[in-house]
Design a protein around this ligand. Structure first.
Ligand SMILES: Nc1ncnc2c1ncn2[C@@H]1O[C@H](COP(=O)(O)OP(=O)(O)OP(=O)(O)O)[C@@H](O)[C@H]1O
Ligand SMILES: [Mg+2]
Length: 243
């Protein structure tokens, strides 16, 4: 991502507030990145840009050297896949939801992988024929993650994906994804407000604040006590949000 900027638009479609500007970052090898920052800084927007679900005002994105403009967005999203903050279930059963990805992308449905992921996330008690819309918030969140993992992307863009989960279920998600990184060599960028989780799941931290993105090695970032980090980066003083 090079020199990427984004403004919020008003009802008339005119830029009303600069969210962030001139963000330049590069991932050159499989990485585990935690993306943190106060509410409203633009973390979700940044992930959505990376999945080509939204477009920057300026700057460019490249995947394997190829500019996003020259790439089929559907192909791009199979490589860099976004898991939304609010899980949205498609009409039909849990299994219909899991199969959707292969139907949309014309790939074979990997039932074995789906069953393994359901088990790893503690969802094997669910009847695959159950209506997805009847699932709990935490179940939907995990089904939505599995649906995306069935794409077998190389980069996962994870937006507060454990926000509705109990501690044990959240740990299972962490184990699944850190295992996926070390075994499959995938990268993730994981938005979280939980700094203890950020410490567990990352080697590198991206902080969004004041309209910019700052990168820190995990080891040095977490050498400071977590409550001090939270004060500084998650609950900034009034007036420090981007104008
Ligand atoms: N489509 C949109 N139209 C207008 N404003 C938007 C739109 N999308 C996002 N915004 C605004 O942009 C700002 C950043 O939103 P974003 O969702 O990226 O923040 P965030 O850092 O993910 O926050 P949170 O931690 O609460 O999830 C917010 O002020 C939000 O209201
Ligand atoms: Mg968000």
């Amino acid at each position: 991502m090079r020199n990427v900027s984004k403004s919020i638009r008003d009802q008339e479609g005119q830029p009303s507030k600069r969210l962030f500007s001139n963000i330049t970052v590069e991932i050159t090898r499989p990485e585990r990145i935690a993306l943190i920052g106060a509410s409203g800084q633009g973390k979700s927007t940044l992930l959505r840009l990376m999945a080509l679900l939204d477009a920057p005002d300026d700057g460019e994105l490249r995947l394997d050297g190829k500019a996003s403009r020259e790439t089929d967005p559907r192909q791009w999203r199979m490589e860099a896949a976004y898991v939304a903050q609010q899980a949205v279930m498609l009409p039909g059963s849990i299994e219909d939801n899991l199969r959707t990805v292969s139907v949309l992308h014309g790939t074979l449905y990997n039932q074995e992988l789906a069953a393994r992921l359901m088990e790893q996330l503690g969802l094997d008690y669910l009847d695959p024929g159950k209506q997805a819309s009847d699932c709990s918030g935490g179940e939907k969140q995990r089904i939505s993650l599995i649906r995306t993992m069935l794409l077998q992307p190389r980069i996962l863009l994870l937006d507060e994906i454990t926000a509705s989960l109990d501690v044990n279920s959240a740990r299972r998600v962490e184990e699944l994804l850190t295992g996926w990184h070390s075994e499959e060599g995938g990268s993730y960028i994981w938005v979280t407000h939980d700094l203890e989780q950020a410490q567990r799941i990352s080697d590198k931290v991206w902080v969004m604040s004041g309209g910019g993105l700052h990168e820190y090695p995990g080891e040095s970032f977490f050498s400071v006590p977590i409550d001090m980090l939270a004060k500084q980066y998650i609950q900034p003083a009034e007036g420090s949000l981007p104008q």
